[in-house]
Structures are given as C-alpha cells and as structure tokens.
Design a binder for this molecule. Structure first.
Ligand SMILES: [Zn+2]
Length: 398
C-alpha cells in the first residue's frame, strides 16, 4: 500500500541503506535484485508508518476524559484543564512517566512521526529516545502587551534549533502570532496552531461576545476594552489569519471545524495545511470538520490525536475509524492517506516518510490480514475501520 500510488497485490519493497529504492511486483523485483535478501510477509499489508501530526505529550497525565465522561463543550473543558493544571504539577515524574507511556504506545501502534506541542521542554527530552521523528513545538500564548513584549524578547535571543509556535487566534496577540510565524518562516519549520476549533472562537474574534469571550474576560486574560480583531461580517479565524499574513504552505491549521467555504478556499489558495482531530472534537462536542469540502479543494488533511486531556484514546487507528463514522461518504483510501502522507506533508517530512516511494524510509509496517481480501477497496475499508488497538509489526526497525 504505497499510498502515493495504487495498491499492489503481491508487491515488494526494495530497501538499501535504509531507503526505498524501488517498489513493484515481487516476482519482477526478485529477478531484478538476485543478490538481495528477500523477506516474506505472507498475508500482510505493507504500509507506510503513521504520522500523528498533533499531540500534546506534556498533558498525558491530565486525563480529563477519565474523570468526566461528559463535558458540555469547549469552554467548560478549558476551565477544567486550567483548574487541573493549577493542581497537578505540569512537569516532574508523573508528567514525564505518562508522556513516555503515551509515546511508547504511539510507537507500538505504528507511528513514526509526531508533531508535539508544549509549553515545557518535555517534548525535546523525549525526542532523543524516540525511534522515529518527534518534532516539538514550544507554544506561546497571551493577549497582553506585557506578554507580547516578553515573548518577543525571548524570541530574539532564542536557540535557533528550538521551534516556536502560537497557540490560537483567540488566545494569542496578533503581533505575537506574526512574530512567531516570521521566525518559523526564517528558520524554515512548520507553524502549527489551533484554528476554528469551537464555534465560540469566531464569535469572540468577530463580535467580542459569546461563552469563550466571557470566560477569558472573566479570567482577566483580555485587555479591556476588548477590540474584536476580525470585527467585520463574522469572517472567522481563517480569514483573520489570512489578514495577519501568516497563512502559507508551512502553516498547519489544527482542527478547522468551523470553517466556511470561503475560508476553505483561502486555505487552499495559500496552500496551508490542515490537521483534523476527530476524537478530540467528539469528546469536546465542538462539531465535525467539513472534510468533504477540504478534500474537494485538493487539501489532504493530516490527522492528530490531540492530547489525553481531550481524547480518551490516543490512537490514529481510532481517529481513522471515527472520521469514517462521521463521514461515511469519504473514500477510506483518502482517510488512510491522511494518517500517513497527509501527516508527512503537514510536518514537512513527505520526502522522508508518509508513502512507500523512492527515497522514503525503509522502516514500514506489516499489518496481518485475517481474512482474504479481493480488492484495494476492501483493504482500505479494513484498515480504516479497525478497532483501536491494532499493533502492526515494524519492518527494518533499526
Ligand atoms: Zn491541541
């Protein structure tokens, strides 16, 4: 299952020095490479490893879904998260152990790369031992002039190997978003931020009202008088970011649940990336992303589990299954492409991972197939309808 090209029955992958040099029918390649050591994987699907494009490893110990199997919505959840973070240390043994366990689970489920967002250095430390690619983004937020100045000073003196990003349009000062994006552009790294996750976000940005606005104003998070930054015609978060000049092919808009057709067109024109988190969206009851509309505009979204604070199960296999349940009309092949190639594109890693193609990593997955399958459609349906605990075998692990 190369993802970037059609499924091949009885196919083979030739790997040399850790990279794929050819894929094709096994019979032809055995003939072409007589000196190669061939390994058989009978009754298996060979697939690229998965990419979890959005997670917060440092929230792994704050398992809100275990304490509340119901939250009324996004604002109530934010309040619960803030309260929990005030009570439970954000760093230290418990946080580190929980994050390590989540990361181990990701590897066991066949994840080769993750986009990790955090406010501490935990992700940087974990990256060193992860047998794959863990891209850690240090996230900033704050609406006050004081925070903005402090972060801008920090950016000016920062280590260039550290990647910075902004939290969300509603929580981060526009000039701070612009400064962080400018740095990301200069250093050539992706710029993931939460966009249009809840309906209350556009209400706050456009009209300065709604539950999110009231909550943040009540917590004195907003400088008063508050000026809605996108104050004309309820334009929404994507249009707002476009006007800030921060949408381009390196920007990854995470969630994109509340996005209009015009905004989806804006994302497509800017070649911006989208990352969907259906499991988190379901738990937070924020709605369902317009996936069909994005695909019709040739946007191949990435998939992310988001964190254990907003998702009871961190599994990309489950994310695929939920996405299919939410959008039964979408081709399962597209959903599998989101969990592999879409993630690689979002994280700027598509030359290395995300598909079985020339030059990509020779580390791939063998997924045992219990029943006999007669078509590529059946195969995609099986893999995207899987229960949450699929544990494939890694090939060329070292
Ligand atoms: Zn998130």
């Amino acid at each position: 299952m190369p993802v970037s090209s059609p499924v091949l029955a009885d196919g083979a992958v030739v790997v040399q020095a850790g990279r794929i040099v050819e894929i094709g029918p096994a019979a032809d390649l055995e003939h072409k490479y007589p000196a190669a050591r061939f390994r058989n994987h009978p009754s298996c699907a060979l697939t690229p490893a998965l990419v979890n494009a959005h997670i917060h490893l440092e929230l792994s110990h704050l398992r809100i879904p275990e304490q509340k199997n119901f939250v009324a919505g996004f604002t109530e959840w934010i309040a619960a998260l803030i309260d929990l973070r005030a009570k439970v240390p954000g760093t230290g043994e418990e946080a580190e152990a929980a994050a390590q366990m989540v990361l181990r689970g990701q590897h066991e489920q066949g994840v080769i790369a993750l986009g990790d967002i955090g406010n501490t250095d935990l992700g940087v430390r974990l990256a060193a031992d992860f047998p794959g690619i863990l891209l850690h983004f240090h996230e900033f937020l704050g609406r006050s002039a004081k925070t903005r100045r402090a972060v801008q000073d920090q950016i000016a003196g920062a280590d260039q190997n550290r990647w910075y990003t902004a939290h969300a349009p509603y929580s981060t000062h526009p000039e701070l978003i612009q400064a962080l994006k400018e740095r990301a552009r200069r250093l050539g790294h992706p710029f993931p931020l939460h966009v249009a996750e809840s309906g209350a976000e556009a209400e706050m940005l456009s009209h300065g009202r709604g539950e999110l606005y009231s909550f943040l104003a009540g917590r004195h998070f907003l400088e008063q008088p508050y000026q809605p930054p996108a104050a004309i015609d309820n334009r929404g978060s994507v249009q707002y970011l476009q006007e800030l000049g921060v949408l381009d092919e390196g920007t990854v808009c995470v969630h994109c649940v509340h996005v209009s057709r015009t905004e989806a067109q804006t994302l497509a024109a800017a070649r911006a990336k989208v990352c969907l988190c259906p499991g988190s969206n379901r738990y937070l009851r924020v709605g369902v992303a317009p996936v069909g509309m994005l695909l019709a505009l040739n946007i191949l979204p990435a998939l992310g589990t988001d964190s254990a604070a907003s998702n009871p199960v961190l599994s990309l296999w489950r994310e695929m299954r939920l996405l299919r349940a939410d959008h039964p009309e979408i081709d399962p092949a597209k959903i599998f492409a989101m969990a592999t190639l879409g993630g690689a594109l979002a994280l700027g890693l598509d030359e290395q991972i995300g598909s079985l193609a020339l030059g990509r990593t020779g580390r791939l997955l063998a997924i045992p197939l219990e029943s006999r399958l007669n078509s590529a459609e059946q195969l995609y349906e099986l893999l995207t309808g899987n229960n949450q605990c699929l544990q494939p075998t890694w090939i060329n692990e070292q």
